[in-house]
Design a protein around this ligand. Structure first.
Ligand SMILES: Cc1cc2nc3c(=O)[nH]c(=O)nc-3n(C[C@H](O)[C@H](O)[C@H](O)COP(=O)(O)O)c2cc1C
Length: 378
């Protein structure tokens, strides 16, 4: 792992170790992938101000997100099928985040269940909720997250219907999974991955299987999942969920200042400026390009978090300078996981930490909580 120095190195290693259909599932956006690309490209357009001859000793990356202390303001974003990038992926990523002192967010569409992750970690993690048509199931998920001691509910708003991802369709990544010779070949040529998978029982959506009504096997699970994302989700549902949950609520998937204002009115503790990593509305602007407008719209009425396209500590710093209180990373930690399991996720976080720390210093700052627009060129 000593030659893996950047998130891009981890991505290359993950490509070698993870079967193509699952690697592509992470490395894809919807339709033309224009928004997916813009998320990364727009970061490069923002330039940092180099400062010299300021005291750069005793630097600190410590901050808070929704009032929780974090060793640096970078959380692991909720990602579906994480346990397919590496056996027991959600457990390993949660443990890595815990050791690093940053939040881990478990997706509704995870392979390891809420209970699996709770049993394998000591500190509370965050749970991401997708609202399904079956509201009894949604209520039971909320209750399970509470019972597991989750300290925040991250409610995703931008997936009422699914944006089409061509790679997934071409790869035949479907539910129920097809076992064509192509798929068998992909798996057989990734022996490390295969050995890991053979050593775990966790190979299906364990938050759902045997919890949702009528879901008893893989094929009933497939039918259920395809039908369940609720296109009628509304602000009324947000109020119901907030009430039922009763704890810290983060609303994820907001790009528009008007929606951001409504989220603040709805009483969210934080919002995540996000376009789902370019996986939903292709043609939407990059997250970083709209961040300043959203920050301006909500002022200090709600904490603003950010995700989409972060591939370095420099990117993290740019998002913070533009007003984000915290950031989330999706693909960077998935690449780390695919490349090297728990150590790979720790390496992801370590790479970002070092980059963030050095960049902070070279911009003439010592405390991450004191950065702002003055560190950027207009
Ligand atoms: C493979 C993959 C699966 C994802 N699954 C979910 C999910 O289950 N729930 C959710 O709210 N967001 C999901 N997202 C979006 C991420 O939470 C996050 O918004 C996005 O990855 C940020 O962009 P980045 O990957 O460029 O860091 C997923 C993203 C990826 C790449």
């Amino acid at each position: 792992m000593s030659t893996l120095l950047t998130i891009d190195d981890l991505k290359r290693q993950a490509r070698r170790r993870v079967p193509k259909m699952f690697f592509d599932y992470a490395d894809s956006g919807s339709w033309t992938e224009a928004t997916y690309r813009a998320n990364e490209e727009d970061f490069a357009k923002i330039k940092l101000r180099q400062r010299v001859l300021v005291d750069m000793t005793n630097r600190s990356l410590e901050s808070t997100m929704i009032g929780e202390k974090v060793s640096m303001p970078i959380a692991l974003a909720p990602t579906g099928l994480t346990g397919m990038q590496h056996a027991d992926g959600e457990i390993l990523a949660a443990q890595a985040a815990e050791e690093f002192g940053v939040p881990f967010t478990l997706s509704t569409m995870s392979i390891c269940s809420i209970e699996d992750v709770a049993a394998a970690t000591k500190k509370p993690f965050w749970f991401q909720l997708y609202v399904m048509r079956d509201r009894d199931f949604v209520a039971s998920l909320i209750d399970r997250a509470k019972d597991a001691g989750c300290s925040a509910l991250v409610l995703t708003l931008d997936l009422q219907i699914l944006g089409q991802r061509h790679k997934d369709l071409r790869n035949g990544l479907s539910t129920p999974p097809k076992f064509t010779p192509k798929h068998v070949w992909q798996v057989a040529t990734r022996p490390r991955w295969l050995v890991g998978m053979m050593g775990t029982r966790r190979r299906t959506f364990r938050n759902i299987a045997c919890h949702a009504k009528g879901v008893t096997d893989l094929s009933s699970l497939a039918v259920w999942t395809a039908e369940q994302f609720d296109p009628r989700l509304s602000w009324k549902d947000v109020a119901w969920i907030k009430e039922r949950w009763g704890g810290k609520l983060i609303l994820k998937g907001i790009l528009d200042p008007d929606d951001a204002r409504m989220a603040a009115e709805a009483g969210a503790d934080a919002i995540v400026v996000s376009n789902h990593g370019g996986r939903q509305l292709d043609g939407a602007p990059s997250s970083i390009s709209v961040l300043p407008r959203v920050v301006e719209a909500v002022g200090d009425r709600v904490e603003v978090h950010f995700d989409g396209g972060i591939r370095s500590g420099q990117d993290v710093l740019k998002a913070l300078c533009l007003g984000a209180k915290g950031t989330f990373i999706g693909r960077p930690f998935l690449y780390g996981l695919g490349a090297g399991g728990k150590d790979g996720v720790k390496l992801t976080l370590d790479i970002l930490r070092k980059e963030l720390d050095t960049t902070l210093a070279l911009c003439g700052k010592r405390d991450i909580t004191e950065v702002g627009k003055s560190l950027l060129y207009d």
